[in-house]
Design a protein around this ligand. Structure first.
Ligand code: HEC
Ligand code: HEC
Ligand code: HEC
Ligand code: HEC
Ligand code: HEC
Length: 456
């Protein structure tokens, strides 16, 4: 055997070992369900420690939903009153007892602390989506990001967006993954145990116009501004802010949908019909509105006409007759019957489906159905979806309102007002489960007016 044989043998062996070892190494890194119980709370640093230098970002994060992902009231109620008992009695959804925590309190999930202590115990589970979670996520495993399939490597290296950041406390490393919407997608896309996409924010973004233009989640939810990111660092012109404002921030919601409205005629006789057209344009969100937890969010359009004497007439939306449209027109038929089964309430008949002020309003939504085909608020108990009638990024939905003006209406100006509202949680469900009223407060997203005259 000559020297080249050995050399080539070694090279081939080396290439082979890379081919085998490199993917094996990547495969050996746990992600998603495999992360359960693979580490401990102590592998991660407390947000307070990061906050001792990154004071501004710490204050911002404390106000953001990220820090409350485990502690805030509606999360606690849904997890402990519905998800845990359901997981304990229904084999099909058993995995969610641990799984909810993979996104809401990754430390508890990785520590295998299931169910985590209640928020009142003040344990480290309360840290929610902490600094050290996002800044040590290295990538994701699988075809696309969803169901916390991130790989994570807690330790001294903090991954960020710069290659010139220097800290005496920790190492820093620029990471394309930290800067990419795929990172957000590991928690903002979710598949139910029935294999249904019950959260698709990153997928909606990817299919829409903003991904093509390179506008990331970070650009809208972590806008850049001149600040010092740490007390002893130099100010940066473009430091990524950490408020993660979303549906919990009225200032983010306001104006997210633009409204315009016009009648088909300016002069109408009593007893005649008039058609009012409303356009609803999603010009601010990089995904559909509502996005994320669409099972419980409501976006609805109310149109009211006022006659010259000030009398109000609520106008019902014209039907378009598409399949499943009945779920997009507000109604108080009973729904959410699975709550009774989950909570062992044999006499439970369901709750009013929309619980809005008016029936007949257009609701922009995606209905979720349980295995028995009834509408559900439990995304983990979702076996199928209805027609998606949310407003896509830069999409305009057009609604018409045909109003047969009453014979006895006084002459003069008719003012028509259209308002679009957002509510995070269906009020009947929140009231029934004891969720604090502020979670169900409607937010006025936009308002517009038009007019026509009643003439004889
Ligand atoms: C002793 C002070 C100190 C502490 C404690 C500290 N940092 Fe830093 N960190 C800095 C400084 C200084 C920089 C550099 C900032 C710059 O250059 O703009 C920095 C930069 C960073 C960056 C940016 C890295 C990049 O490449 O873009 C990240 C991310 C980061 N820190 C995360 C953390 C996290 C997470 C914690 C808590 C586990 C933490 N830091 C604790 C001082 C600190
Ligand atoms: C939900 C994930 C997430 C959480 C939680 C989070 N960060 Fe970040 N952070 C990011 C992302 C993403 C970037 C990069 C933004 C970009 O690419 O525009 C970033 C950037 C940074 C930077 C560099 C900013 C700059 O532009 O120079 C620092 C420093 C930092 N984070 C510290 C922290 C600290 C401290 C906390 C906790 C108080 C924290 N982060 C919590 C995702 C997160
Ligand atoms: C480890 C999981 C995880 C990662 C990674 C993550 N998020 Fe989140 N995020 C959550 C959870 C859980 C909530 C919901 C908190 C709650 O309301 O209980 C949330 C809430 C939010 C909200 C607030 C929505 C509202 O209704 O107010 C925004 C905005 C957001 N995330 C954006 C991002 C962006 C942008 C990224 C990527 C830079 C990201 N998230 C990465 C888990 C994550
Ligand atoms: C062009 C700006 C823009 C981009 C890009 C964008 N968002 Fe948003 N996002 C918004 C606006 C505006 C809202 C408020 C309206 C709403 O609730 O849908 C919002 C709301 C949200 C909400 C709350 C949704 C709800 O209705 O409960 C979450 C969660 C969120 N964004 C996460 C993300 C993630 C993750 C990405 C990237 C995959 C992303 N956003 C990309 C502008 C943006
Ligand atoms: C794949 C990650 C993921 C999993 C798994 C997950 N969630 Fe979430 N959850 C999120 C994100 C992200 C949001 C915020 C979405 C938005 O703002 O629209 C959220 C929102 C919520 C909200 C609404 C919070 C609010 O303030 O309105 C509740 C309640 C909730 N989740 C409970 C649960 C329960 C219970 C489970 C388990 C059955 C669970 N989640 C599983 C990521 C996840």
């Amino acid at each position: 055997m000559n020297i080249y044989d050995t050399y080539f043998c070694n090279v081939i062996r080396w290439i082979f070992s890379l081919m085998i070892v490199a993917p094996a190494f990547a495969l050996s890194q746990p992600a998603g369900d495999e992360l359960l119980g693979t580490g401990s709370y102590d592998d991660f640093e407390k947000p307070k420690v990061c906050g001792s230098c990154h004071t501004d970002f710490y204050m911002q994060w404390q106000q953001a939903m990220m820090s409350q992902a485990y502690t805030h009231a509606w999360d606690e109620i849904e997890y402990f009153k519905l998800a845990v008992p359901h997981a304990e009695k229904d084999e099909k959804v058993a995995g969610v007892k641990a799984g909810c925590n993979g996104c809401h309190t990754p430390l508890a999930f990785i520590a295998g602390d299931i169910p985590p202590p209640k928020p009142s115990a003040n344990s480290r589970a309360n840290e929610g989506v902490s600094c050290d979670v996002c800044h040590t996520i290295t990538g994701f495993k699988g075809e696309e990001p969803f169901n916390f399939n991130f790989t994570i490597k807690p330790g001294t290296v903090k991954l960020g967006n710069r290659d010139d950041a220097e800290s005496s406390y920790h190492e820093t490393k620029q990471s394309d993954f930290t800067m990419s919407p795929d990172m957000c997608g590991t928690c903002h896309n979710e598949k139910s145990p029935y294999g249904v996409w019950v959260k698709s924010t990153q997928r909606e973004w990817k299919a829409g116009p903003y991904s093509k233009e390179g506008v990331r989640c970070q650009d809208c939810h972590m806008p850049k501004a001149e600040t010092k990111s740490a007390i002893l660092s130099k100010p940066r012109k473009d430091a990524a802010q950490h408020l993660f404002h979303g549906a919990h921030s009225p200032s983010k919601l306001r104006g997210a949908v633009e409204l315009r409205m016009h009648p088909d005629r300016r002069e109408v006789e009593p007893g005649e019909p008039v058609v009012i057209t409303v356009q609803a344009f999603n010009h601010k969100a990089g995904h559909k509105i509502p996005s994320g937890s669409a099972e419980e969010r409501q976006l609805w359009l109310t149109v009211i006409a006022y006659d010259a004497s000030g009398k109000a007439y609520h106008l019902a939306v014209d039907k378009k007759n598409f399949p499943g449209e009945e779920y997009t027109i507000s109604s108080n038929v009973l729904a959410y019957q699975d709550i009774g089964e989950i909570m062992d309430l044999p006499d439970f008949k369901g709750l009013p489906r929309d619980a809005l002020q008016y029936e007949g309003d257009r609701v922009f939504r995606l209905p979720y159905f349980d295995p028995k085909g009834r509408m559900t608020i439990a995304q983990w108990n979702t076996a199928s979806l209805g027609t998606d009638y949310r407003i896509g990024p830069r999409e305009t939905k057009i609604e018409t309102y045909t109003w047969n003006v009453p014979e006895e209406i006084p002459e003069g100006k008719i003012k028509v007002v259209a308002e679009i509202y957002y509510r995070r949680l269906v009020k009947s469900v929140g009231d029934f489960l004891g969720v604090p009223a502020k979670e169900m407060e409607p937010v006025l997203v936009n308002r517009t007016e038009t007019w026509f005259d009643i003439v004889d």
